[in-house]
Design a protein around this ligand. Structure first.
Ligand code: IPE
Ligand code: IPE
Ligand code: MG
Length: 242
């Protein structure tokens, strides 16, 4: 399918999984897998921007990932810090705004500082929003949103789906149209639980470091062929490609 005939989602969310197994297969340490994963992420960001995706959310570090060995967690944050340093100019050149979806306060100071710097430098960029889901957990996000509503003193009747969505990290952004998970795992791993209510899911066996722009286009071709019904009958909604 040519890129012109693809239906481009407004928001793609990706669970970048399989770095460790990619490295193991090659007899390399897991850190090498994470390094290769960073490079894959860079290429996917660029391709999404070229294709006209307006929001891209990358699952970069989950709340549960704190349970990994300390050294691996350290490597992941080091890689993130150098990614931010190296990417800043490219993000600005590509007019990409960086945002964090997750609990920034729980992040190591060096990472937080690097993030805040790039977030402020790219704040006016408007071609695409790149959300890094960092120190992120979907249930935690919903609980925080509830707390914020309670703290604002609103009455039970005033609690609506929109108000709750407005307190999530993704407030103001559309829900993901397409969620991609690499590495053959078929689970959601506490990712964007509220926002994924009507997302299309695409699972591939490809490990994240091998998820090239061509693989992305395969996912988009699959997405293009689907009919999203939102509760209606197939006859009520337009056929794909119409
Ligand atoms: C994804 O790859 C990266 C993070 C979760 C940070 P993994 O590190 O989970 O790779 P596998 O699942 O062990 O292969
Ligand atoms: C999900 O991958 C988190 C990220 C990609 C950052 P994991 O590899 O941590 O997920 P589980 O624990 O296997 O479900
Ligand atoms: Mg994994």
């Amino acid at each position: 399918m040519s890129p012109e005939s693809l239906n481009i989602p407004a928001h793609i969310a990706i669970i970048m999984d399989g770095n460790g197994r990619w490295a193991k297969l090659r007899g390399l340490p897991r850190t090498k897998g994470h390094k290769a994963g960073t490079e894959a992420a860079r290429a996917i960001v660029t391709r999404c921007r070229e294709l006209g995706v307006r929001h891209l959310t990358l699952y970069t570090f989950s709340k549960e990932n704190w349970n990994r060995p300390k050294e691996e967690v350290g490597t992941l944050f080091d890689l993130l810090t150098s990614f931010l340093k190296n990417e800043q100019k490219r993000l600005i050149d590509q007019d990409i705004r960086l945002k964090v979806v997750g609990d920034l306060d729980g992040m190591p100071l060096a990472v937080r500082t690097a993030l805040k710097h790039v977030i402020s430098k790219t704040a006016k960029c408007s071609s695409m929003t790149l959300n890094l889901a960092l120190n992120y957990g979907g249930r935690d996000e919903i609980v925080r949103a509830c707390r914020a509503l309670v703290a604002a003193g609103i009455s039970p009747e005033e609690v609506t789906e929109e108000r709750l969505a407005g307190e999530l990290y993704t407030a103001g952004q559309p829900d993901p149209d397409l969620v991609i998970r690499t590495s053959g795992e078929i689970r959601i791993s506490n990712y964007l639980l509220f926002q994924c209510a009507y997302s299309e899911f695409y699972f591939t066996d490809v490990y994240w470091p091998d998820f090239t722009p061509e693989e992305l286009e395969k996912a988009l071709a699959d997405y293009t062929s689907r009919q999203r019904r939102f509760g209606k009958t197939g006859d009520q909604v337009e056929a794909p490609g119409d």
